[in-house]
Design a protein around this ligand. Structure first.
Ligand code: FRU
Length: 498
């Protein structure tokens, strides 16, 4: 295939570091009108290593400005994943009288030869200038269990009225356990409870999050959501995130939907609730203090199976789009629903194609006027006799990335075997699938194509699939296809966003 330059892969609407490696989003917080995205970063390379917190900011969640490294590794510790809180009442004492601090809670991964060699423990740093410069706390680590696998603290303020306090969720990664702690000052922590093992337990558990959400927007009916990323062991192999819906009473998280028998059984993976079914949506965590109580998440758009080999240089790995998460009751079951969250108003794009009521014949049809590399595609299909139908993205005629529906099987699939460069890792050229149901007889998809990725939102946001692709620069066509019969494309809108 044609060699694409790395710039033809660099996304327009997703964050990438200018010329370095990144993985997990860290310390997501909305503060003083600005969204802060910190991230696992190698400041001097484009593979994993020298872990530090890089930093970027945005006001629209679509365009980002990179800043100098916020919290750097040193001879004693790597700075692993964690979170940031605005300590409004200066409970930590890091404030200076006029400014309440931002406090970062991160994992110190202690290096060989350091005092705590081999241990992962939780540490603090604080900022008095709104998140641009950081000072490590002299009393680090503040929470040390002597464990080599204790990491990824997410801290929230638990509003228990007169008895309110900080709650930390972190993982004992190889025990498939979320551990909960409480503190009044972010420095002294006492254990509350543990959650797990439950549901998907392939690989290790990483990067948990815990947050309340109203069911169908009803403030009188609030549930708690625990998200847990795991690697490997996702529904289509490698890294992925699962979620549990339940209750949190300030001490214990309980979930009605947990399975604790047969945990390693791959046939069960379809029974669990996944944040995303694609290959490239990992380490998802939510923002602290997002406006209007919105729950906004960003994930790392990559997969540990091949993360260090994806063919981009000098940067490596994008973040996902920011998503707004809500909780809905559908068919008597609670589920998370996701929608792209950025401020798209400035980016309405130009509509290049608008079709309605088109019959899709057996075969592949390239759509004139729909070519592009940065697009929002809204499409609705009704099945005819075809066993499979859908779109082929970033193609050159018949080849490209298939996004299809198999109504008989009830699956949504992304096939990237002919998506462009796939040779950098054996497991990259995959056909991935998710269970999907028709809504009032039709399958409606919203797909964001952004040079090296496709993010599919299906079933009104209940099912999402996020996948990296590395097409040739010249592969820009959009096609529609059906296999073994016909289907109807009720509508298609393509907006060019690039
Ligand atoms: C998840 C993870 C975290 C860890 C970080 C290290 O991708 O393994 O558990 O804190 O990456 O970079």
């Amino acid at each position: 295939s044609t060699a694409a330059t790395t710039d033809s892969y660099r996304p327009a609407l997703h964050f990438t570091a200018k010329d370095t490696w990144l993985n997990d989003p860290n310390g997501l917080i909305f503060h003083d009108g600005v969204y802060h995205l910190y991230y696992q970063n190698n400041p001097v390379g484009n593979v994993w290593g020298n872990m530090s917190w890089g930093h970027a900011t945005s006001t629209d969640l679509l365009t980002w400005t990179e800043h100098p490294v916020a919290i750097a590794c040193d001879e004693n510790e790597d700075i692993f994943s964690g979170s940031i809180v605005h300590d409004r009442h200066n409970t930590s004492g890091f404030g200076d009288g006029s400014t309440a601090p931002l406090v970062a809670v991160y994992t110190s991964a202690f290096k060989p030869g350091s005092l705590h060699e081999g241990v992962q423990a939780q540490s603090l740093a604080y900022s008095l200038d709104g998140g641009y410069s950081w000072t490590k706390h002299g009393g680090n680590p503040v929470l040390n269990r002597g464990s080599a696998e204790f990491r990824d603290p997410k801290v929230i303020w638990y509003d228990g009225g007169a008895d309110s306090y900080w709650v930390m969720v972190a993982v004992e990664a190889t025990d498939f356990q979320v551990v909960l702690y409480k503190s009044r000052d972010l420095k002294a922590w006492e254990p509350l409870s543990t959650f797990g093992p439950a549901n998907a337990t392939g690989g290790v558990w990483e990067c948990p999050d815990l947050f309340p959400l109203p069911v169908d927007g009803d403030p009188e009916n609030v549930k708690w959501v625990l998200t847990v990323n795991l690697n490997p062991g996702g529904p289509n192999n490698g890294s992925a995130g699962q979620y549990f819906i339940g209750d949190f009473d300030g001490t214990t998280f309980t979930s009605a939907s947990t399975v604790t028998e047969g945990l390693q059984d791959p046939d069960r993976l379809g029974d669990y609730q996944w944040l995303d079914w694609g290959r490239d949506y990992y380490a998802a965590v939510s923002f602290s203090d997002a406006p209007e109580n919105r729950r906004l998440m960003i994930a790392w758009m990559n997969n540990w199976e091949y993360a260090n080999q994806i063919p981009t240089t000098p940067w490596r790995s994008p973040m996902s789009l920011a998503r707004e998460i809500s909780l809905q009751a559908r068919d008597g079951e609670l589920c998370l629903v996701q929608q792209p969250a950025g401020d798209w108003t400035a980016l309405a794009g130009t509509e290049s194609l608008h079709l309605s009521g088109t019959t899709i014949d057996d075969g592949v049809q390239v759509l004139a006027g729909a070519a592009g590399t940065v697009q929002r595609i809204d499409v609705s299909f009704t099945p005819g006799g075809a066993e499979e139908f859908g779109l082929i993205l970033r193609g050159d005629g018949t080849k490209g990335t298939r996004v299809g529906i198999r109504p008989g099987e009830g699956t949504l699939l992304v096939d990237r075997r002919e998506s462009g460069r796939t040779d950098f890792h054996d497991s990259f050229p995959s056909i991935d699938s998710a269970p999907i149901q028709a809504t009032s007889g039709s399958y409606d998809l919203t797909i964001f194509v952004d040079r090296c990725s496709a993010e599919v939102f299906a079933q009104d946001g209940q099912v999402t699939m996020t996948e990296l692709i590395f097409p040739a620069e010249t592969s820009t066509s959009l096609a529609v296809y059906a296999v073994g019969g016909t289907a109807t494309m009720n509508s298609l809108q393509v907006a060019q966003l690039g």
